[in-house]
Design a protein around this ligand. Structure first.
Ligand SMILES: [Zn+2]
Ligand SMILES: [Zn+2]
Length: 491
């Protein structure tokens, strides 16, 4: 009798515990975000993507070259072992290697996209894939005139397992609206693509997420919002306007997740505008105008890990959170003066979200160290950080990002040091960023104009120097002309 009462008592406690913790109503789901595989089929042989000669490339990759297939397979296998039943995968493009155009061809370009597509299918045969092409999926790279019929034809065929419906596959090939359906009867999605992948911000796919997502959807923008590296065959302001209108159709759902290859935000620490400024301004304006409908943006392209707030102005009005996933390729690239770019590890990202609202709750960033993998003969994938835990925030919302950025406003703050390390997909034990880099991270996380970002960095550095000087003057009790501490003493 006492046992029964005791059990009943425990169950009541458990019931109220669950209610109070909110777990009873939680419908938590997960999705992967993976980007920039950059497969080099010549790795270990002629190494056409290698920016510097490599005498002994390891089997899992080398920082001077794009990815061997073994690294791509290992990254997907690790994803499948960590979370095989994710609701969907965001795949934000750049599958071909960085190979100079004279040595490359559309045929090889398509071969690389197909190789990556097959690798994803092998590891996630039943998972919804939401793709976006990158500037390195086109041939020549960075070039589009909107009429790459062979490219679209081949890519739509490769992705037909996800699109499924023959009529929709044909639509996809023609670059018209297409509505692919997944094999799984309970998981189908709709994908609308206007005139295939013209380089316009409004040119998007509209894949329908699993059935539980009644209140939000996912938009994937064209990879090729024009930026100075891109040669545009034809840009019509009228088409651009029409495409933009597509974003405000009456059927627009309550909430949207935006995905694409290139973010309209400013990269850091190398401050530049990826886009022709007129398109970037327009895209930012559009995105901020509808920010109350946008849950989050997810992009790739920069090969590094970062987050930003896309907002109308510095006051923070009309804002939405932006997350950039690091690449799988470990290629360091070449900096403007010819030296090797920053070392970074390959990474994959698992996002936790509320299935009913689409609200992003947390993400876990995973990475592998290829130097270690080459030494061990196997790749070990570890969790680099959990967003919630690392930054001590409740979720991935704009208000959480603001809280982190408030801390990052202080140079060498804990949040800043973490952001700096995570940027290169590295545990926060390595080199500390310079004050200039910190200023760039902080300013570029909030601004979308190059000049304003440069001015902001100048103020960040100047403010830091003034504080150091002030501290020095106060501590050493020396007279420091024009210093804040001197002024403070006078007052
Ligand atoms: Zn890339
Ligand atoms: Zn790219």
């Amino acid at each position: 009798m006492w046992n029964i009462l005791y059990t009943l008592f425990l169950r009541i406690l458990l019931f109220f515990g669950v209610i109070l913790s909110g777990e009873a109503h939680a419908d938590v789901g997960y999705f992967w975000h993976v980007s920039d595989f950059h497969y080099d089929d010549t790795y270990g042989k002629t190494g056409q993507s290698c920016s510097f000669p490599v005498s002994h490339p390891g089997p899992f990759g080398n920082g001077s070259c794009d990815s061997p297939m073994q690294l791509i397979e290992e990254s997907l296998k690790s994803m499948a072992s960590i979370k095989p039943d994710a609701d969907f995968i965001l795949w934000t493009g750049d599958n071909a290697a960085h190979i100079p155009t004279p040595e490359f061809s559309l045929k090889r370009n398509l071969y690389m996209i197909n190789a990556v597509t097959s690798a994803i299918k092998r590891n996630f045969p039943n998972t919804l894939l939401i793709p976006s092409l990158g500037n390195h999926d086109f041939f020549p790279a960075d070039y589009t005139n909107g009429t790459e019929s062979e490219l679209y034809d081949s890519v739509c065929q490769m992705w037909s397992a996800w699109i499924k419906d023959p009529e929709q596959i044909n639509n996809c090939r023609r670059g018209n609206h297409h509505r692919p359906r997944l094999p799984d009867h309970s998981r189908h999605y709709e994908c609308r693509s206007n005139s295939a992948l013209l380089p316009y911000p409004g040119n998007h796919h509209r894949p329908r997420l699993p059935d539980h997502s009644r209140h939000y959807e996912c938009r994937t923008n064209s990879a090729l919002l024009p930026y100075p590296g891109i040669i545009i065959g034809h840009v019509s302001p009228i088409i651009l306007a029409i495409m933009n209108v597509g974003l405000i159709l009456p059927s627009f759902p309550t909430q949207v997740i935006i995905i694409g290859h290139v973010s309209p935000t400013i990269p850091a620490p190398f401050v530049l505008n990826w886009f022709y400024s007129q398109y970037q301004k327009r895209y930012v304006k559009l995105m901020t105008l509808f920010s109350d409908l946008i849950i989050a943006h997810h992009y790739g392209h920069e090969h590094k890990d970062s987050f930003k707030i896309l907002q109308r102005d510095e006051n923070g009005s009309e804002a939405s959170p932006v997350f950039l996933a690091p690449s799988v390729t470990p290629l360091r690239g070449i900096q403007p003066k010819g030296e090797q770019g920053t070392r970074h590890n390959p990474g994959v990202r698992l996002v936790k979200y509320d299935r009913q609202t689409g609200k992003h709750l947390n993400y876990r960033q995973f990475y592998t160290n290829i130097t270690e993998a080459n030494h061990l003969g196997r790749a070990v994938w570890r969790e680099l950080y959990s967003f919630q835990d690392a930054y001590n925030v409740p979720d991935m919302s704009v208000s959480s990002l603001r809280k982190i950025l408030k801390d990052m406003a202080k140079p060498f703050s804990l949040s800043m040091l973490k952001y700096c390390s995570f940027y290169t997909v590295t545990p926060p034990l390595g080199e500390v960023c310079s004050i200039k880099q910190q200023g760039a991270f902080w300013c570029a996380a909030q601004l979308t104009n190059v000049q304003e970002t440069e001015d902001c960095i100048f103020r960040y550095i100047h403010g830091f120097k003034a504080n150091v000087r002030s501290w020095f003057c106060a501590r050493e009790r020396v007279v420091c002309k024009n210093s804040k501490s001197q002024n403070d003493r006078k007052s």
